[in-house]
Design a protein around this ligand. Structure first.
Ligand SMILES: Nc1nc2c(ncn2[C@@H]2O[C@H](COP(=O)(O)OP(=O)(O)OP(=O)(O)O)[C@@H](O)[C@H]2O)c(=O)[nH]1
Ligand SMILES: [Mg+2]
Length: 310
């Protein structure tokens, strides 16, 4: 595929001990995008990754803070390009599909194109638990953000300049892809998914993903972003639940009041509990409302800052 001569494309490869596959990933992208900058973001690799990147004439950036999220933060902060391609160094994503991802970004049909893996993967490239985790994350995010995405955690993405300049990314580890997806949806930027085949890591190459630790971090990230970005639904939902419980608990004391001729309330403990729950319910709902208003003002500010940078 031909791109305009002055188009700056950067291929960014996060890398932590990928000596086995890094060379072929660099060469594959160089073959597809001969004019692009190919940049390896090394993160304290203890194997030959850095030498291999040098041998294959890739640019190398070193990130001392360990974690894929830190690496992506540094990528976004330091690299200047019109089109940003991000792909893993483990040779699991096919470089030949990169044009399908670049095309919608260049044609301004989306801000972020994601290589969606779930539709087309070889049997051993996904451990069963990972498939379950991916489905759970996808379900939560689609529900919370009202989206219809297939693969939230793919590491194969193409971004335009604008989204790279505006996305807040503060995750340190593997929850970074989840964060990028949620933030893109929150700021109402467009994501397009393109099905790409996904292959297994070759024999001997080790995954850096820890199923339980990273799975928990991803779920915690979803919860904390839900709390911060959708406070009215989150705190309002808890407040609504507490209100229903308080009404149920308070039913008998209220009935006592109306049924007993002297208005004597026999269910005193229930009355106290119901009153407490109702106050708590108002507290949660009010907190949600307050944070919602603050968020609204921040979004206005975000919008104006983006316009001022043009
Ligand atoms: N720079 C840097 N890169 C990392 C770090 N952790 C993982 N990576 C890179 O991020 C990419 C994805 O890591 P993987 O271990 O393949 O994670 P995954 O693709 O989600 O998991 P698998 O399905 O098991 O391959 C690879 O290129 C890794 O080298 C890190 O702490 N720092
Ligand atoms: Mg991988």
């Amino acid at each position: 595929m031909d791109y305009p001569d002055n188009l700056k494309i950067a291929v960014m490869i996060p890398c932590w001990n990928e000596e086995q596959t890094l060379g072929s990933v660099i060469e594959a992208f160089r073959q597809e995008l001969p004019t692009a900058r190919i940049i390896v973001f090394d993160n304290n690799s203890s194997d030959r990754s850095v030498e291999i990147a040098q041998e294959h004439k890739a640019e190398i950036f070193h990130e001392p803070r360990q974690g894929k999220g830190f690496v992506i933060e540094t990528m976004f902060n330091t690299i200047d390009a019109d089109v940003f391609v991000m792909a893993d160094g483990d040779d699991t994503y096919p470089a030949e599909n990169v044009h399908q991802l670049i095309e919608p970004v260049l044609k301004q049909r989306c801000d972020m194109a994601v290589g969606a893996r779930l539709a087309n993967h070889t049997d051993n490239s996904f451990r069963d638990l990972h498939v379950f985790g991916n489905r759970l994350v996808r379900f939560c995010i689609n529900k919370i953000m009202g989206a219809d995405l297939k693969d939230i955690m793919s590491g194969y993405r193409v971004f335009n300049r604008q989204i790279v300049g505006t996305l807040p990314v503060i995750s340190s580890g593997f929850e970074i892809e989840t964060e990028m997806t949620i933030q893109t949806l929150y700021y109402q930027r467009k994501i397009i998914e393109i099905d790409v085949p996904y292959r297994a890591r070759p024999e001997g190459s080790e995954s850096k993903l820890n199923t339980f630790r990273d799975g928990f971090r991803v779920l915690w990230k979803i919860f904390s972003l839900y709390r911060s970005l959708k406070p009215l639904t989150c705190f309002g939902g808890i407040g609504g639940g507490l209100l229903v419980i308080s009404l149920l608990v308070g039913f008998l004391p209220v009935r006592d009041y109306f049924v007993n001729p002297d208005h004597y309330v026999e269910h005193v403990p229930s009355a106290i509990l119901a009153a407490g729950l109702m106050m708590l319910s108002f507290l949660f709902s009010f907190t949600g409302l307050l944070l919602h208003v603050i968020n609204h003002r921040f979004r206005e500010l975000h919008n104006v800052i983006i316009r001022m940078r043009k």
